[in-house]
Design a protein around this ligand. Structure first.
Ligand SMILES: N[C@@H](CCC(=O)N[C@@H](CS)C(=O)NCC(=O)O)C(=O)O
Length: 215
């Protein structure tokens, strides 16, 4: 099993932390985005989006981090990150869908424009209307997860699931985005707990190595 990753990328960390949590050891191939390794003919044949992560397992080529995490759980006997009962499983799937469609669609866009571009990609081409629009979208969805986490430590059930890793995957940008986190005390607690999770913490890139091959 081979996993293509971009060092420090939120979606890559989402999958790598699940790999750590499951205790599995796929072969990792790091892509240097500054060297265009996610745009080569060979890589685009696997993932025409030119994005990472991508998982290759025999004849199966899988992109989309949430789908990869579901597959990793389903192929790991005894795992606890994806419930096997229909209600528990559907609840995790609900949060995975909401992650992509709403919560991190908004937070991810703000993080990319306001933080990733200037801080990691060396771009001064900041699109303020995009930041304004998605900050407003976050105003709608942030309170939903904040309220949900008011009386629980985990997004779904009583222990870590792939929903926690999915919803938390923009953690590295959380304190840097122009969002007033005083309004979201339970989200702050959620990100802090993720930072304390060794399966997540160990995926943090070394300074200056985001997007590059880890040393
Ligand atoms: N929906 C995709 C998003 C993948 C994605 O956006 N990956 C980013 C890193 S977090 C990437 O490959 N960026 C490289 C680029 O935009 O060229 C997933 O969940 O896997």
């Amino acid at each position: 099993m081979k996993l293509y990753l971009i060092n420090g990328s939120p979606n890559g960390r989402k999958v790598l932390s699940v790999v750590n949590h499951l205790g599995i050891s796929p072969e990792i191939e790091w892509l240097d985005i500054f060297g265009g390794q996610n745009r080569t003919e060979e890589y685009l044949a696997l993932n025409p989006n030119g994005l990472a992560p991508t998982l290759v397992d025999g004849d199966l080529v899988l992109w989309e981090s949430n789908a990869i995490n579901v597959y990793l759980c389903e192929t790991t006997p005894g795992q606890t990150l994806l419930p096997t009962d229909p209600a528990g499983r559907a609840t995790v799937m609900k949060w995975l869908c909401w992650d992509l469609a709403h919560y991190n669609k908004a937070l991810g866009a703000v993080a990319f424009e306001a933080v990733a571009k200037p801080k990691f990609l060396g771009s001064s081409d900041i699109n303020q209307p995009v930041i304004d629009y998605f900050t407003e979208r976050f105003d709608r969805y942030g309170p939903i997860l904040d309220q949900h986490l008011a009386d629980r430590d985990f997004v779904a059930g009583d222990s870590w699931t792939i929903a926690d890793y999915a919803l938390g995957h923009v953690e590295m940008f959380q304190q840097l985005v122009p969002i007033d986190w005083n309004r979201f005390p339970n989200l702050v607690r959620f990100y802090d707990r993720l930072r304390d999770n060794p399966n997540w913490a160990s995926t943090m890139p070394k300074p200056g190595e985001v997007g590059k091959i880890p040393s």
